[in-house]
Design a binder for this molecule. Structure first.
Ligand SMILES: [Zn+2]
Length: 419
């Protein structure tokens, strides 16, 4: 491990704290400085009145040249530990071939399960690390990674081990691992799968993962099956999450509320009553606007969730079937364009909201005492994150106080020199 130096980022035009204590979202402080020691923020506020450490040899001193600085993105829902290749299937679907027909021909999630279940930890880690690198280059400093393409217990554990190894590389995002035993419906005996998961799976996963997740959906797993697994997971010490109301209204959101889950994810077919139940039970709602766009159907209910009082997170759902994207900035754009959220709400959902969905209290905002996960943008305007559709404006990415992607900001960068 590299020693973590003292870090100073000075001449910040707009420090976007995402901290509600800083007033209206996203809590912007102009003409600011960010200081960290040992990976933890010691000061995040106005330059006036800041006590800036003396410039000794072990201090990293960065001039932001008036750029905006935001918290590192917290991507609270991804499936990046997959092997196999499905680009031809993407083209087939664009030609009008149905997902069901592709499944009958041996494609779809079944193809990903066959490839991934046959892979070693090293092979899965290699594939996931390439995706994680693209994530951190776009400004993601924490990512939740699910298993779910192994089905058999040992294959699921190889996916979790690969995810954890990715998170141990200090120039990749920090990883929160989630065991997703109920994902693709098994071809064979459902009862045998549920038994194995409840007796052995959750206990093996509890030594590796933070959460257990289930796909509650018509054609996948029922509310009763999901409840049985999540109750066993909770007894084993895991937090719980639910893929809920994605393609139909099947009861996953109310299950998440009843179990006080950390999050309910997707929710396109949820009702306002569901959303009030999530808010009342302090369950974060994770919207996945990339998958919603690719699959069609109702838009992600970002604004309705906020109106119901829920904490909302925006995440990529990066996966080989419905959304192959590592880009949180793109998800911020889509949350504004398709989920009825303001740019400020979308940015907070992509940072502090993601941290809430992962029950991480040490990140997601720029505030003294929290981890120093931050992104120096190639623009003085934080609004450009969503407005500049499809662009990567992450100039310098800082993970736990270390510069891990990009270089030092340039004084005459394209965007900074614009009037
Ligand atoms: Zn998912």
């Amino acid at each position: 491990m590299r020693a973590v130096p003292t870090l100073i980022v000075r001449n910040i035009g707009a420090l976007v704290t995402c901290d509600p204590r800083r007033g209206d979202a996203p809590g912007v402080v102009h003409d600011a400085v960010l200081i960290a020691a040992g990976g933890t923020i010691t000061y995040a506020g106005p330059s006036d009145g800041a006590t800036v450490p003396a410039l000794t040899a072990d201090v990293v001193d960065i001039d932001a040249h008036g750029a905006a600085v935001i918290p590192g993105f917290v991507d609270a829902h991804s499936h990046i530990t997959w092997l196999g290749e499905r680009s031809e299937e993407y083209a087939e679907r664009a030609r009008g071939v149905s997902y069901e027909e592709i499944g009958r021909r041996g494609g779809g999630i079944g193809a990903t399960v066959r490839s991934t279940a046959a892979g070693t930890v090293a092979e899965i880690r290699h594939a996931a690390a390439a995706r994680a690198r693209r994530m951190i280059e776009c400004g993601t400093t924490t990512v939740e990674v699910k298993s779910g393409y192994g089905l058999a217990l040992d294959a699921e554990m190889r996916q979790l081990d690969a995810a954890i190894e990715v998170g141990h590389e200090e120039d990749l995002p920090d990883v929160v691992a989630t065991y997703l035993p109920l994902h693709a419906p098994p071809g064979g005996d459902r009862e045998a799968l549920l038994d194995e998961v409840c007796r052995a799976g959750v206990r093996a996963a509890a030594t590796r993962a933070s959460f257990c997740d289930v796909f509650c959906e018509d054609g996948a797993f029922t509310v009763d099956e999901c409840r049985r697994v999540l109750v066993a997971a909770r007894e084993a010490g895991l937090g719980v999450k639910v893929h809920a109301e994605q393609r139909s209204h099947s009861g996953g959101a109310q299950l998440a509320a009843a179990l006080h889950a950390a999050s309910a994810d997707h929710l396109e077919h949820g009702t306002d009553e569901d959303f009030r139940a999530l808010a009342g039970a302090a369950v974060a709602a994770v919207i996945l606007p990339g998958a919603a766009l690719v699959l069609g159907g109702p838009p992600p209910p970002g604004r309705r969730l906020l109106e119901a009082g829920a904490t909302v997170a925006v995440a990529t759902d990066c996966n080989p079937g419905s959304c192959y994207s590592e880009s949180m900035p793109l998800m911020v754009s889509l949350a504004v364009a398709t989920a009825g959220m303001t740019p400020a709400q979308a940015l907070v959902a992509a940072t502090a909201g993601g941290a809430a969905a992962l029950r991480l209290e040490d990140r997601g905002m720029l505030r003294a005492g929290l981890r120093c996960d931050a992104v120096i943008l190639a623009t003085p305007r934080w609004l450009d994150i969503g407005y500049h559709l499809g662009a990567n404006l992450a100039e310098t990415v800082i993970r736990a106080g270390l510069v891990v992607a990009g270089g030092e900001p340039q004084a005459a960068g394209d965007d900074l020199s614009e009037p």
